[in-house]
Design a protein around this ligand. Sequence first.
Ligand code: COA
Length: 190
Amino acid sequence: MPDNEEIVTLLGQSLRLRPLRAGDRALLEDLCGRTESHDLQMRFFNGFRSLPPSLLDELMRIDPDQRITLVALGAASSGQPDILAVARAHASADGTAELALLVRSDLKGIGLGSLLLERLIARCRSRGLRVLAADVLQNNTRMLRLAERYGFRREPGELGITHLVLDLDSLAVWRPVTKYDGAANGSPRR
Ligand SMILES: CC(C)(COP(=O)(O)OP(=O)(O)OC[C@H]1O[C@@H](n2cnc3c(N)ncnc32)[C@H](O)[C@@H]1OP(=O)(O)O)[C@@H](O)C(=O)NCCC(=O)NCCS
């Protein structure tokens, strides 16, 4: 398996975590198509019925130097992979990165967001990024709680928005806090 890929077990199911690839467009479109308008609103601040192609183009822009984009893949009943969730951090030259997460609506609340956030934080730290930040709607309690568990602090944002900030270089000993059942490749459960 390539270095940047990983198999983990979540609630007894095997998932593959890997960076987004150029061939993932249809899978990403399918994920967004299966995500409720409310959740698209939380992610994009716009309750699209379907994602505009230009936005999909932007999300599919692969730029390994500036974008860390992780997908969680599971096997659909057809045997083909499905993207279940996506996490991304878009880095700027000043060492800060903008975080965004999207978990398929029917899979929220089982640990996917925590799992991807944990892995994203680890990758950002290993890249030497200093700050991970996100603008989150003030009524997005699920994301605000998730971020709080990972040590993000809240700062006032624009109207209706909370700005979340995590100082990556001050986390001297950072410990993951997820509930998922750990890696499937023989690593101990955490
Ligand atoms: C916000 C979001 C990313 C969170 O992801 P998620 O997968 O639902 O989050 P998790 O399942 O890891 O955690 C959510 C809750 O489930 C709980 N949980 C996690 N794993 C669990 C498990 N195996 N069993 C029971 N509960 C579990 C967590 O403790 C957490 O509880 P809390 O909210 O009381 O703290 C997701 O809901 C989402 O995509 N929302 C729409 C888009 C969005 O808001 N994006 C964020 C903007 S950047």
